[in-house]
Design a protein around this ligand. Sequence first.
Ligand SMILES: Cc1cc2nc3c(=O)[nH]c(=O)nc-3n(C[C@H](O)[C@H](O)[C@H](O)COP(=O)(O)O)c2cc1C
Length: 214
Amino acid sequence: MVDVKITDLRRKYTRSGLLDENLPENPMKLFNQWFKEALHSEVIEPNAMALATVSSAGSPNVRMVLLKGIDDNSINFYTNYNSRKGQDLAANPFCSCTFWWAELERQVRLSGTVERLPESVSENYFQSRPRESQIGAWASDQSKPVADREELERKFSEIESRFKDQEIPKPVAWGGFKITIQEIEFWQGRPGRLHDRIYYIHSSGKWNRQRLAP
Ligand SMILES: Cc1cc2nc3c(=O)[nH]c(=O)nc-3n(C[C@H](O)[C@H](O)[C@H](O)COP(=O)(O)O)c2cc1C
């Protein structure tokens, strides 16, 4: 049993907010600024984001992934293309992501269209990863059942011996996805539950901005 009253769990937000006169036309400017502030704060894994996908049957799925790059109007992450999320994205190339930077009382949510990053980009990133992570990518047939922990560890050792003293190539089914952002919302916790919500949507080649009720 939980020994606290969950209905009483409530945080008082104290931070100053998003002033309309300071909002940029391009939300990526604000995203970069907030991400930089998260990097230099106490936030653990500021690049962790919840990624929601939708299967071919229309059922939603959400899990954490790590943001690995920010571009003009896109962000990217890496995964196994055969995983459950990989299959969802092949069937339905749209996704939605949420960052929660609790220590800054900030949430960013975005959604957009998804495509694979070029193989050369995924290859370069794979080669920059620690050897252990490279072996892990080979050893894990992500999202598939495994008999037990030993099976995974045995596979890891097999891959380790197979590539002993060699560069480890990127597995064919492993790589990055680029999310081209169509909508993005910045949420700043404010006193009295009057939080700031600034929503941007990209249409006809430009960004439109609105303030939304919290
Ligand atoms: C903080 C955190 C970061 C993660 N980053 C990644 C990632 O970048 N790529 C990835 O494939 N899985 C990542 N995972 C694991 C996923 O959450 C998930 O378990 C895995 O990708 C399988 O998801 P799927 O079966 O829905 O495809 C991360 C998990 C956590 C908790």
